[in-house]
Design a protein around this ligand. Structure first.
Ligand SMILES: [Fe+2]
Ligand SMILES: [Fe+2]
Length: 285
């Protein structure tokens, strides 16, 4: 059912503006262990490998459907989000080039992801494809909220270009938390389809990201050190909750992901970002 026949809400607060920002990051001097420890760094590296193609897929699906969205504010938000995702993906590709120089197997993993996503999209109806932005943005905002809220637990008080890059991406992913599902409900009513989508993407994302993290820990021989086992298990248990957190709530029609504490976190993070200056990316959209 198209947007003009469906009642829906735009949940992004008025004081959250989907502004395409344009910082550029130079990853040439970033150390191998750039987050708190190798386990956290490799989780973020694994995530980074999957982001460019996932963000491209989200943008493609939204572009294919945007003409059916009749709410001008939501349409503007979707356009802003597509622009932001393009810039995120460009920076992730740059940082991934450096990671892939050290771990050649990541290129194979990237190709498997591309093939798998293409197969899933070919087999999916356009309605089911519209669940992809909802599921993906829900997950990326859950990870972003966690990192912004518990920055020191993730970074270990380190300060480097890759961390600046992650904080910028997290800020903008938090901005997206309602847009994917608002876009879905603008066009479709079925909550069952969203639940089904979560049942597909949550295990697939966990398998992909933890599998890739494990590959990286194997290449560095870290997973073979007994002293790494407990921190690794703790990390998997703690981060594993992010894949499920709110995952079924977000499928409900009346759900609004933006809490007051999210809004406080967002404005703090925005002020912190605005207090810094970064070189700018060349325009590519
Ligand atoms: Fe993004
Ligand atoms: Fe996003």
């Amino acid at each position: 059912m198209l947007g003009n026949k469906t009642k829906y809400t735009v949940n992004t607060p008025e004081n959250v503006s989907i502004t395409p920002r344009n910082p550029s990051f130079d990853f040439s001097d970033v150390e191998k262990v750039w987050m708190k420890d190798p386990i956290t760094s490799h989780f973020m590296n694994a995530l980074s490998i999957f982001i460019p193609f996932s963000e491209r897929t989200v943008s493609e699906v939204l572009r294919n459907n945007i003409n059916n969205v009749n709410h001008p504010e939501l349409k503007q938000q979707i356009k802003g989000m597509i622009k932001q995702e393009g810039r995120h993906a460009a920076m992730h590709r740059r940082s991934n080039e450096k990671i892939k120089q050290c771990y050649g197997g990541l290129t194979v993993i990237e190709n498997i992801q591309k093939r798998t996503m293409k197969i899933i999209r070919t087999l999916s109806s356009s309605k089911f494809q519209m669940c992809i932005p909802a599921s993906f943005e829900h997950f990326t905002s859950a990870v972003s909220r966690e990192i912004l809220r518990n920055q020191i637990q993730w970074t270990g008080k380190k300060n480097n270009t890759s961390i600046d890059f992650v904080l910028w991406h997290c800020l903008e992913e938090l901005e997206h938390q309602a847009i994917g599902r608002d876009a879905y409900f603008a066009l479709h009513k079925s909550t069952l389809r969203l639940y089904m989508s979560q049942l597909l993407w949550v295990p697939l994302s966990m398998f992909s990201i933890y599998g890739t993290q494990l590959y990286l820990l194997h290449k560095d021989r870290i997973i073979y050190r007994p002293k790494s086992w407990v921190p690794y298990l703790r990390f998997v248990i703690r981060s594993g909750r992010l894949f499920f957190k709110g995952g079924f709530d977000m499928c409900r029609t009346g759900y609004n992901p933006w809490t007051e504490s999210d809004q406080r976190l967002y404005h703090q993070s925005l002020s912190s970002y605005q207090s810094r200056t970064f070189p700018l990316q060349k325009e590519h959209n």
